[in-house]
Design a binder for this molecule. Sequence first.
Ligand code: TYM
Length: 342
Amino acid sequence: MSDAPKHTPRVFSGVQPSGELTLGNYLGAVKRFVELQDGGMETIYCVVDLHAITTWQEPSELADATRQVTAAFLACGLDPKRSILFNQSQVPAHAELAWVFNCVARLGWLNRMTQFKDKAGKNRENASAGLYVYPNLMAADILVYRGTHVPVGEDQKQHLELARDIAQKFNNDFGRPDFFPLCEPLIGGPAPRVMSLRDGTKKMSKSDPSDMSRINLTDDADAIANKIRRARTDPEPLPDTLEALEARPEARNLVGIYSALAGTDLEEVLAEFAGQGFGAFKPRLAELAVSHLTPITAEMNRLMADPAEIDRILGDGANRAAEIAEPILAETYDVVGFLRSR
Ligand code: TYM
């Protein structure tokens, strides 16, 4: 599938600083970023502030939101010595390569992006042009490092397919078969798509108007327990087969969260809880979630008390990221045929 052997394996992923990080971001992405840190590949993780402004962000809040995602990265176990951690706007090569990709990607490709349709909603004429070309910037984020592996939640799958299409078309158009790698999405585990606690058919999202629909990484123990207690469920006891579970979205979601937090598979959770009602299961899930998240929240709060240190980590990460990105961008400009006189 991937042509990774022709390129140094390198992990890249990003998270938007637009609202509180949720349990979905944690289980679908950040927890896996941390695991990959020990997987023998170089790991680069970015707080994508350029992406965040595709929808309105209060300028007075954006810098703090960027620090907060960084604090979450660190509190979840990312180590700025082992991974490169930085915010996107400090490395101009992302935006520069994105322009080239705006000229490679086809309108027809972008028109198929379901996230644009969801985010633009009914009033599409009023969406920013940035929201429309968002996936091109995402491809640039990855390919400006020649990233080969991209850990994400399932909602980003279509964007990563587009990144592969862009890489492939660039390589074909310019007659350079292996110039950019066809990056491989790393989507998996028991919770690649954590769903809303209020509606098992909708993804848990930091932009959902109902705070009861999600668990935020900043929620305290009482809030977590309360949200799980009030999570929507059906009246049946938990089933003993995966097939029966798949037909019940809310039950599937809570069992998926349990198994991701416990580090077990879905079958093991069913083996333990089959036949029991949610009255028995929910308190156990709440206990597990609280024991996982409380130390992360406490560490985030500690880190946020020293914003200068977070800024220092991001500045250092940006310098290291730019060292990798700038030569790849320069090579790209040469391939495109831009004149460079410096
Ligand atoms: P963002 O900021 O919406 O989400 C960050 C990561 O969290 C995952 N995620 C979830 N996983 C499981 N269940 C959920 N309910 C859930 N909600 C969010 C997302 O899949 C993502 O992995 N476009 C990206 C950011 C980005 C990026 C990139 C990612 C920009 N450039 C380059 C990878 C590579 C986004 O908006 O993620």
